[in-house]
Design a protein around this ligand. Structure first.
Ligand code: BGC
Length: 686
């Protein structure tokens, strides 16, 4: 019996030595001294962005340096080329918090190499529908998975002396009309589904800053929303870092001051002398309220050591070998093998020539908007396949457009190939910030897959996307489908190794993929209902009427089957699950079971633990993810896995007591390979 889990002990130790950005009384006191020495004008100037909109201004006479920010989340952007990592959705698809911690660490190092103090990531909005243009930046549909990954990412970034930013708080689940749309959800839904990743970022990872969202939440702009900022973030969760607005998302100076916003970005359109002085003169706001904001910013900067050292670390190269290595590992661990009829791993040899084509074969696409990073270098799938070596006979079919493949020469290559790989998906233009995307693949791509199928029955589809997409036209006819997300600069090489079997596929879906868009539990509540006349014709609202029943929670409720369920992902091996034991431990339970790799390949299995209440007193999901473990097991070997459940893993948000509570009663513990593939279960009494 053997259990092997990847643990990067050295890195965790390094992180621990640099960690410690928790804001102490000492930090607060030092900040208070600084605030007391600032003039009113200096203080008001301090609470708005500066220069190019990615800086906080210096106060030289007090030794406060200029602070530099950069996006986030999948690389360091803004006036620089840098390592392009796998996107947020891909990070969640690794189901490996240690790898994500390393990604954060590498991002922290890339920031230090460039003198960046504050990285504008991670993106922690929950995947509600495949249509949201920024899903690729976020960490999937499940609050537990997203929280776990958020904590790892933030701890990694902050371990290097760089402040992370949890964004966009809150309910920024669509890009459509994002400046005007109000995301309207009930309190329980917000606390159970849309808040937990932010809560974990604050309480467990001690994130330094939080960015509000563009949208309104329950009719109040997020940047001016006292419920979100004062009551929940600073009140309930005790956040003592600082809150910045998203870029141009403020509407009134009074709302910003009263709502609890600390820093207006990209500059002080409203929190400036002209707007604030009359409000102070009329008594609507006091100087203390301004001091509080400056205090929150400064105590965070002090805690991160920004007043005491140079942020640029000359010893770290901009093209950091460690970052490249982590980017490669992320790209190996995140692609999800959705379907495989046995065609993969690719067979080598002259007889199995491999034709590769498609709009994404020659490049590594990335989602667009502020999350777009220009890599120092990248490797495409076609190049990666060629690097596999001479034993693979690769024919790269190129064309000036997705539809110009139709030449006699290309058709004859397709006909004679042993396997055809079609690389499709979205890119900077078709999946991006500030607009939503289509469920169908970009124009002409379904036709391209069908064209390949016309000439060869052994078609493998590699898709780059930030979420689910429509496969209905060709799904049943292709031999394999690999979802690569946006895998980052090393994606072409990593995916080639996965296709060839030198790297075992181990990504799992952090989302459910619907067969048809209308099956998605939010299909009728994604687009705004009628415009609300009281706010004028441009202001609309989206009512999250599905409540907590989104993603797999929604599918479980209706019994509709997704095409690929949450947690799904094939390996080249086969695992059996046995020997479930659930034993009381502390105030919770230890869930133990055995994974046996009885297939023909070494592989990692991601076992998932779900909890469901037998007779809940409020409507609750049939099951909810509360633990998981990615375990590497050699072929023929077994591993015993233990996952601990705390009492809070049985809890729901009780709107009467305004907190989470776990009712006594019977609960089912389910262990499986996806939300639809439960292999073991047992009942416990709480
Ligand atoms: C985005 C933020 C980003 C900011 C700065 C905004 O448009 O919503 O996520 O950090 O721009 O680029």
């Amino acid at each position: 019996m053997k259990r092997t889990i990847t643990i990067s002990a050295a890195l965790l130790a390094l992180g621990a030595s640099l960690c410690g950005q928790e804001i102490t009384q000492e930090h607060k006191e030092r900040a208070r001294m600084l605030v007391s020495q600032m003039t009113l004008e200096e203080k008001i100037n301090y609470i708005g962005g500066y220069r190019d909109g990615f800086h906080i201004m210096p106060v030289e006479r007090l030794g406060i340096p200029e602070i530099r920010m950069a996006d986030g989340p999948q690389g360091v952007r803004n006036n620089t080329k840098s390592t392009l990592f796998a996107c947020g959705a891909a990070a969640a698809a690794t189901w490996n918090p240690e790898t994500v911690y390393e990604m954060g660490t590498a991002l922290g190092q890339d920031s230090r190499a460039r003198g960046v103090h504050i990285l504008l990531g991670p993106g922690l909005n929950i995947y509600r529908s495949p249509l949201c243009g920024r899903n690729f930046e976020y960490m999937g549909e499940d609050p537990y998975l997203a929280s776990t990954m958020a904590v790892s990412y933030i701890k990694g970034v902050q371990s290097q002396g760089v402040m992370a930013t949890a964004k966009h708080f809150a309910l920024n689940n669509q890009e459509y009309d994002r400046h005007h749309v109000s995301s309207d959800a009930d309190e329980r839904t917000m606390h159970e589904i849309y808040f937990p990743a932010f809560k974990a970022a604050v309480e467990e990872a001690h994130v330094g800053s939080v960015m509000t969202s563009y949208n309104l939440v329950n009719n109040v702009h997020a940047a001016e929303n006292p419920y979100l900022i004062r009551e929940v973030l600073k009140g309930k969760w005790g956040f003592d870092g600082f809150v910045m607005s998203d870029w141009t998302s403020t509407y009134t100076a009074l709302g910003c001051v009263k709502g609890g916003l600390d820093l207006e970005m990209p500059r002080a359109f409203l929190m400036n002398m002209d707007e604030i002085r009359p409000l102070m003169e009329s008594g609507a706001i006091s100087e203390r309220e301004i001091d509080e904001k400056v205090q929150n910013i400064l105590q965070s900067l002090v805690a991160f050591g920004f007043l005491d050292r140079e942020q640029k670390d000359e010893s770290i190269p901009e093209d950091n070998p460690y970052s490249r290595e982590v980017a490669y590992r992320m790209a190996c661990e995140s692609p999800v093998l959705l379907k495989n009829n046995g065609i993969l791993p690719l067979k080598s040899g002259k007889k199995n020539s491999i034709a590769v084509l498609g709009p994404n074969a020659d490049r590594i696409p990335c989602g667009g908007g502020s999350g777009k990073v220009d890599p120092i270098y990248s490797i495409s799938l076609a190049e990666g396949l060629k690097q596999l070596g001479k034993q693979y006979h690769i024919c790269h079919l190129s064309a000036s457009e997705g539809r110009d493949y139709d030449s006699e020469e290309n058709i004859s290559v397709l006909k004679s190939a042993g396997t055809v790989i079609v690389s499709v998906g979205f890119d900077t233009e078709t999946e991006k910030e500030n607009s939503d995307r289509t469920f169908s693949l970009p124009q002409g791509q379904d036709e391209l897959i069908e064209f390949a199928l016309e000439h060869n029955k052994n078609v493998v589809v590699v898709v780059y996307a930030g979420g689910g997409f429509d496969m209905s036209r060709w799904h049943d006819r292709v031999s394999a489908i690999l979802l690569g997300w946006y895998p980052g600069q090393e994606g072409g090489l990593a995916i080639s190794h996965i296709l060839a079997g030198t790297v075992s596929p181990s990504g799992r879906l952090p989302i459910s993929i619907e067969r048809h868009l209308e099956n998605n539990p939010t299909a009728r509540s994604y687009y705004p209902s009628e415009p609300k006349t009281k706010r004028g014709s441009t202001n609309r609202s989206v009512t999250y009427s599905e409540g907590v029943f989104m993603g797999y929670r929604g599918y479980d409720r209706t019994g509709v089957k997704p095409l690929y369920p949450f947690g799904h992902g094939l390996t080249y091996s086969h695992f059996t699950y046995s020997g479930l034991e659930v034993t009381p431990s502390g105030d919770g339970f230890d869930v133990s079971f055995t994974l046996c790799n009885d297939g023909k390949h070494d592989a990692a299995e991601t076992a998932q633990v779900y909890v469901g209440a037998a007779s809940p007193c409020v409507p609750r999901p049939v099951k909810e993810l509360k633990g998981f473990s990615k375990t590497f097991v050699r072929k023929g070997e077994s591993a015993r896995v233990t996952i601990h459940l705390d009492r809070e893993d049985f809890a729901y948000y009780d709107t009467i007591i305004k907190d989470f509570t776990a009712d006594p009663g019977i609960y089912t513990i389910m262990v499986g390979a996806s939300s639809e593939d439960i292999r073991l279960s047992s009942e416990i009494k709480l």
